[in-house]
Ligand binder design. Structure first.
Ligand code: MV4
Length: 498
């Protein structure tokens, strides 16, 4: 087993990965940018190495500096988390060349699955249902129109190098197709450095159901059931749950088997996610494979009892999976809410800033993965995720009730958060009925407004704060620090090396 792992990430996911490393007796090396010198992930690590300026290109995307940090600290493996270098095939290959284990799939699997047309070909050849449409990139408008006629309008233009919904366009008629294709190609070229596009039949009002898979180096490949992720806003997931309210046992088994075929088709090793669209008639179709640990992985951990980061590390170290498909079972129901520094009353614009006060919910069945602390700062340079609130209970209704309680207890002051919005979303009868389709947010939450909630939350926070010594009543930041010292005040002379 590895003695030391470098975590090439920041925030909640870096902290999450370090927690498992500590439990496995593995030393952790954090890396950080100038904006993150006092960040939670730096404080949680055994060692920390400064990378450079706040700009991701100079820090968390700086491959040479990160590999240099691994060499300097004797880290034998690198965990990339999600985002940044997690799905960069060239970086995975560079790690291998440098003799450092990349904790993720082989570079060839990342590359093949990163091109959505290659992925579609691999899946179609392995009997995994794909959405009708092209399996090669196409720019010729006449060929695009011919394919659109074949599958029927509306069609969806997608970028071959895209994914996660970036660069998609719905086209309803042949006269719009050529212009939309040209524009989508330009956008894809600008966003991904690759302007290749293809088309699929557009499936409206579907569900996004993804399967977690694990594959080791010894030919074992299993799935860890599904996650329902249909509740998204502009391709950003907001609430995820497992099991999916839409699956029957038969459908779950068929989709799980297809997910395992998908992983095998790509020569996949390590943890991954196979995304499917599930239509109103219960037919499912391959969407894409995410070749990383995902933001929403904790709900799978909550119902299966399996630590996905531990499995990733064991697989990367060459260990065989210690359990089989028949050992995997769901216990209860889990829900995750993502808490970002953003303003739900103002089009969810990012709202980074100071964390002046923090009270996290506690009690049975609650897990919080966070990368913040009271007195800390949310930098403007990165994804402003503050925390993931995850609950588990014996069934869906109990999990919803538990999430409602947890959201009510959660107090974050200093930055705007979507906590009030999430409470209303969970109260919505469509959510309670399990009618979670990809159009949930535009359909049910489009005209949401705080409706007097903000003052109510502020009042609650004030009362809670008063019980804790009344920091808000006096000089704000200074008194808060005195009431709850920051790690910097308790650390003494210790500082991460830069
Ligand atoms: C689709 C689709 C409808 N038809 N493909 C969005 C994320 C990316 N992985 C693929 N996505 C979609 N692909 C076809 N042929 C609808 C979506 C989609 C969506 C999927 C899941 C959750 C929310 C969504 C919101 C809009 C569109």
């Amino acid at each position: 087993m590895f003695k030391r792992i470098l975590i090439a990430n920041r925030g909640e996911i870096a902290c999450r990965i370090m927690a498992t490393c500590q439990e496995m007796g593995i030393d952790t090396v954090a890396v950080y940018s100038e904006a993150d010198a006092a960040a939670a992930h730096v404080l949680a690590a055994d060692r920390a190495v400064g990378l450079g300026a706040a700009d991701p290109a100079a820090s968390y995307l700086n491959q040479a500096r990160i590999l240099g940090a691994a060499r300097e600290t004797g880290a034998e493996a690198i965990h990339p988390g999600y985002g940044f270098l997690a799905e960069n095939a060239a970086f995975a290959a560079r790690c291998e060349d440098a003799g450092v284990t990349f904790i993720g799939p082989p570079p060839a699997a990342i590359r093949d699955l990163g091109d959505k047309t290659v992925a579609r070909r691999l899946m179609a050849a392995s009997d995994v249902p794909v959405i009708p449409g092209l399996q090669r990139a196409e720019t010729d408008p006449r060929k695009l129109v011919a394919e659109a006629e074949r599958v029927g309008y509306p069609v969806l233009i997608k970028a071959a190098a895209g994914g996660g919904g970036k660069g998609m366009r719905v086209v309803a008629s042949p006269d719009e197709l050529a212009a939309a294709a040209a524009a989508a190609g330009r956008e894809a070229a600008a966003a991904f450095g690759d302007g290749s596009i293809y088309i699929e039949k557009y499936l409206p009002r579907a569900r996004h159901v993804e399967f977690q898979i694990l594959a080791d180096m010894h030919g074992h490949c299993i799935h860890l059931l599904e996650r329902e992720c249909s509740i998204q806003r502009r391709h950003q997931k907001i609430v995820e749950e497992t099991p999916s309210p839409a699956l029957t046992p038969g459908l779950r088994e068929a989709m799980g088997k297809a997910a395992v075929r998908a992983a095998r088709a790509a020569g996949y090793i390590n943890a991954g996610t196979v995304e499917f669209l599930l239509d109103a008639d219960g037919r499912f179709y391959f969407l894409e494979v995410n070749t990383r640990l995902q933001v929403e992985h904790p709900i799978t951990e909550m119902i299966t009892g399996i630590d996905l980061v531990r499995e990733q590390i064991r697989i990367a170290a060459g260990r065989p999976l210690a359990f089989e498909q028949t050992d995997v079972a769901a216990r209860g129901h889990a829900i995750e809410c993502r808490i970002y520094a953003e303003d739900p009353a103002n089009d969810f614009i990012p709202a980074p800033g100071p964390i002046d006060y923090l009270k996290v919910p506690q009690g049975p069945g609650i897990r919080i993965d966070s990368g913040i602390y009271a007195g800390g700062q949310v930098p403007v340079e990165y994804d402003p995720i503050l925390a993931k609130l995850v609950v588990r209970a014996h069934d869906r209704a109990a999990a919803i009730a538990r999430m409602r309680r947890a959201l009510k207890e959660f107090v974050i002051l200093g930055v705007r958060t979507p906590i009030a919005y999430l409470r209303d979303l969970l109260d919505h009868e469509a959510f309670r009925a399990g009618a979670t389709f990809t159009d949930f947010i535009p359909r049910h939450m489009a005209d949401w407004s705080p409706a007097g909630r903000a003052p109510e939350m502020a009042a609650l926070a004030y009362i809670v704060d008063d019980l804790n010594g009344g920091a808000l009543a006096g000089t704000r930041r200074a008194t808060v620090s005195a009431a709850s010292p920051t790690p910097w005040q308790t650390l003494g002379a210790w500082r991460p090396s830069f």
